[in-house]
Design a protein around this ligand. Structure first.
Ligand code: NAP
Length: 248
């Protein structure tokens, strides 16, 4: 039986590149996002390159919570099983708290936290039923410490989803179900399109290669790419506030 991976937010950036790299590793793909034209184009590329791969696509808005359960169950029914689910869909909108942009922070909070909660619930339901599976949650290095300015809410949502996954890991300890939390640093994507090109920014393909490697090893958690984000993550956690402020 072939291995199947479900990826949310597969229409661009890290999700689309994960789809390409996992197809090259021999996985069949279940891909979802709102922009299905992008998913169709991605399917054509993947199947063109790997004719033996099966790729199914479905429209999904993670803020439509009933649809999250329908789409996940639909993919499970298409393939008969799902081996791995990557909770990746996310939004980077935001503004400093108290500056009149509650709507933007709320949208990010709903998509990145409540939307992710729905995805984790739907994934855990499938994996409990199969008594097997690997859940991957895409958090961020911004989750490691409270962050200022436009990413305060974003960082809080990424800390929250990491905690959800870690809590579920306690529940599922001793079962065949595995959980990985990824903390990516800066990786080029639509979300980071306007971010400056500093040495901390990694290209999409190499950044996602680090993510895929950590996922394949079923690591409990990983800051990716490991260099420089494993040591920088440690520094970020303990740096005194006046110094930290200069780098955030
Ligand atoms: N790039 C980085 O440096 C970085 C660092 C740390 C963490 N991350 C995380 O990595 C994940 C992927 O982000 P990215 O960098 O690849 O950004 P991206 O290129 O903007 O991709 C975001 C993906 O999420 C999907 N999405 C957004 N809102 C959605 C919704 N309501 N329903 C369904 N899908 C939705 C988008 O698809 P549609 O618009 O087609 O729905 C798109 O496929 C995010 O969780 C992000 O927070 C990224």
């Amino acid at each position: 039986m072939s291995r199947t991976i479900l990826i949310t937010g597969a229409s661009s950036g890290l999700g689309a590149e994960m789809a390409r790299q996992f197809a090259a590793l021999g996985y069949d793909l279940a891909l979802c996002a709102r922009r299905t034209d992008r998913l169709d184009a991605l399917r054509a590329v993947v199947v063109g390159k790997h004719p033996d791969r099966r790729v199914e696509v479905r429209a999904l808005d993670v803020n439509d919570h009933d649809q999250v359960f329908e789409v996940f169950r639909g993919f499970r029914d298409d393939f008969g099983h799902v081996d791995r689910i990557v909770v990746n869909a996310g939004l980077g909108k935001g503004a400093p708290l108290g500056t009149g942009k509650f709507y933007a922070n709320k949208q990010t909070a709903e998509t990145n936290f409540v939307g992710a909660l729905a995805q984790i619930e739907a994934a855990a339901e499938i994996f409990r039923d199969q008594n097997a599976g690997h859940l991957v949650v895409v958090s961020s290095v911004s989750a490691l410490r409270g962050m200022p300015k436009n990413i305060t809410t974003y960082a809080a949502t990424k800390a929250a989803v990491a905690h959800l996954a870690e809590g579920l890991r306690v529940d599922l300890h001793g079962t065949p179900i595995k959980i990985t939390v990824l903390y990516p640093g800066y990786i080029r994507s639509e979300m980071s399109a306007t971010a400056p090109n500093t040495p901390l920014m990694t290209g999409t393909e190499s950044g996602v290669r680090s993510m895929v490697s950590a996922i394949e090893k079923e690591k409990s958690s990983a800051r990716v790419p490991g260099w420089p984000w494993e040591p920088l993550g440690l520094v970020l956690k303990v740096l005194p506030l006046p110094l930290a402020r200069r780098f955030m």
